[in-house]
Write a protein that binds this ligand. Structure first.
Ligand SMILES: Nc1nc2c(ncn2[C@@H]2O[C@H](COP(=O)(O)OP(=O)(O)O)[C@@H](O)[C@H]2O)c(=O)[nH]1
Ligand SMILES: [Mg+2]
Length: 205
């Protein structure tokens, strides 16, 4: 195992089904866009990818977990919450209900996750301005009210995709500097988790 990074952060991507979670991850890791929606249904399979980034002038390895957004999977999704340093909470700017559900997602995160988890709100599909039903100002206001970082992005054009992941890492680094976030515990949990998954782990680096 290589330790050529300063920190390893584990993220999860959450939000309603169809908002573009899997596409955001694919765009980040493979610089590709998928037009067909394939529901991420098998949470037992390793639906994660790794990516090296630079944030806070440090090399950082991200391990990013894609999750299904279906209501019926929510209890399984909950099992992942407590080992995460960051979360991308995604909605679709062309579907109002995905924005309306943000409060419920957030309640879930706040209830089950490490309270120091950094959450980035992502208004996805900003390449579709003619279909927009949620304004930038609404997203920004929600983020401000709930203490989240905010960005609008497009998994299709790659606009702000890498930035979303890097900004989140920057915010986590700041928490580490301020002594708010405990890295050793986070990484320890990762290694326990990793050793259980080692046999079928894959990396898209
Ligand atoms: N136009 C556009 N379509 C997107 C974008 N992101 C995802 N999609 C489409 O939205 C659908 C759902 O995406 P997917 O990543 O599977 O959603 P998930 O259920 O949240 O993982 C697919 O048909 C994608 O092609 C985007 O940024 N722009
Ligand atoms: Mg998916």
């Amino acid at each position: 195992m290589s330790y050529s990074y300063a920190y390893l952060f584990k993220y999860m991507i959450i939000g309603d089904s169809g908002v573009g979670k899997s596409c955001l991850l694919l765009q980040l890791t493979d610089k590709q866009f998928q037009t067909v929606h394939e529901p991420t249904i098998d949470v037992e399979s390793d639906v994660f990818a790794t990516k090296m980034i630079t944030a806070d002038s440090k090399p950082i390895k991200l391990e990013i977990w894609d999750t299904p957004g279906e209501e019926r999977f929510i209890s399984i999704t909950r099992a992942y919450y407590d080992v995460n340093a960051g979360a991308l909470l995604v909605y679709d700017i062309t579907r109002r209900e995905t924005f309306d559900h943000l409060a419920a997602w957030l309640e879930d995160v706040r209830r089950f996750a490490n309270e120091d988890m950094t959450i980035m709100l992502v208004g996805n599909k900003c390449d579709l301005p003619h279909k927009r039903v949620v304004s930038y100002a609404e997203g920004e206001k929600f983020a401000k009210e709930h203490g989240l970082i905010f960005v609008e992005a497009s998994a299709k054009t790659a606009q702000n995709v890498e930035e979303a992941f890097i900004k989140t890492a920057g915010a986590i680094c700041k928490k580490i500097r301020d002594g708010v976030f405990l890295v050793p515990e986070c990484q320890l949990l990762f290694f326990c988790f990793c050793s259980r998954k080692a046999e079928n782990q894959y990396s898209r680096n």
